[in-house]
Design a protein around this ligand. Structure first.
Ligand code: GLA
Length: 385
């Protein structure tokens, strides 16, 4: 990203000099579909960010624009839309609404957005736009909030205004990411631990370039299936409020009370939570073989029990298996397309990327994109000289 060109662009468009805020996208190493079950996740922020340039206006309007889209938006801050507009500016608008609801006095602002997180690839372009918008608008208001609060507020914007019932993972890691580390997050308490990713490992992210229509509808269906599991299992213990509270033992004892589908969904979540904690421990003790096994088990469980994978993701995971330097891989994010995440030894990463792309192309006829990334810091204001 050429920051000075972005600043110049803002100046040409709005006529004043902006402040620039950045928030990253993410990959999730393990802990999939556990966040909205009060469970554990282990994502890392990646070096793909959304940038928001912002400067004050002398009226009570907020203007939102991006060179990447044709539309320009102008809203009255004292009378923001109550319903989503159905366009990309909903992420910024939703955040503005949540900030106002918390009593933050937002002044009029000009906003220019530049995103480099691939859209629709499951790398959290939306969360990064929300978080970058939140920091930019807070900056304009000369106000601050603790980072976990910013994450919660951005998630609420997405739940309440955009209308997607997502969990907290993406917004949290976009706020709290740490270079060279994954973040082991307890999605119930928001306690977290930065888990070092060994320096010799690269994150190789393979974009299948497909996103099946099932993605949004099925996400909500899976949430409802988990809630159904909780409703039934809670009859056996009042301490059960979420699948997080169900042990493998308890599930086994009560499995017959669940339909086969609900039982599969619950199994995935309960064992995935344990795998996530185990993977953090394995990373910390340097047991990368174990990390690889846990990632493989996670993918199988997402494919067979949670049923959110798809042929392209399975082909991409399969294609990695015997390549030199491969440590572990799985689908990442909500599923039904998007990306796989692979841990690969640094010296093999370039070859790995070339070979997996060839294999995937040969099997599917689709040219994938492969990104070699390291874990990055969370959102920040950029220092302009
Ligand atoms: C999407 C959601 C997250 C999480 C993942 C699945 O990325 O935004 O909150 O639920 O799916 O792990």
């Amino acid at each position: 990203m050429n920051i000075s060109a972005f600043v110049d662009d803002f100046e040409n468009f709005f006529g004043t000099r902006p402040r620039i805020f950045r928030a990253p996208g993410r990959v999730n190493l393990i802990g999939e579909h556990t966040d909205y079950n009060d469970g554990f996740v282990m994502p890392a922020a990646i070096a793909f960010s959304t940038y928001v340039a912002v400067a004050p206006r002398d009226d009570r309007q907020i203007a939102i624009h991006s060179r990447q889209f044709p539309d320009q938006f102008l809203f009255d801050l004292d009378n923001l839309p109550r319903q989503r507009t159905g366009t990309w500016c909903d992420y910024t608008l939703g955040v503005a609404r949540e900030l106002i609801a918390r009593g933050v006095k937002l002044p009029g602002a000009n906003v220019l957005v530049r995103g480099e997180v691939p859209i629709g690839a499951g790398l959290s372009s939306s969360a990064s736009l929300e978080v970058a918008s939140a920091f930019a608008l807070l900056g304009q208001a000369a106000s601050t909030l603790p980072r976990p609060e910013v994450a919660k507020l951005c998630r609420q914007a997405e739940n309440n205004f955009v209308g997607a019932r997502v969990g907290i993972m993406d917004q949290f890691v976009s706020c709290m990411g740490k270079a060279g580390h994954a973040i082991l997050l307890d999605c119930r308490t928001l306690q977290y631990e930065a888990v070092p990713i060994p320096a010799e490992i690269q994150l190789v992210i393979c974009n299948t370039m497909v996103k099946h229509d099932l993605a949004t509808g099925t996400y909500n269906t899976r949430r409802a299936e988990c809630e159904e599991g909780v409703r039934i299992l809670a009859k056996s213990s009042p301490a059960i409020h979420a699948l997080r509270d169900v042990s493998a033992d308890l599930l086994q004892r009560h499995e017959r009370e669940l339909s086969p589908i609900i039982s599969k969904r619950c199994s995935h979540v309960i064992y995935e939570n344990q795998r996530t904690i185990d993977a953090a421990r394995a990373f910390s003790s340097g047991n990368l073989t174990r990390v690889g096994e846990l990632m493989a088990a996670s993918h199988c469980s997402l494919r067979d029990l949670y049923e959110v994978s798809c042929r392209e993701l399975d082909v991409m995971v399969e294609a990695a298996q015997d390549l030199p330097g491969f440590i572990g891989g799985r689908m990442t994010g909500g599923g039904f397309g998007g990306c796989t995440i692979n841990l690969v030894r640094e010296e093999n990463a370039e070859d790995f990327a070339a070979q997996i792309a060839d294999r995937y192309q040969a099997a599917t006829g689709i040219d994938p994109q492969v990104y070699i990334r390291s874990a990055e810091d969370g959102a920040q204001e950029l220092c302009l000289t």
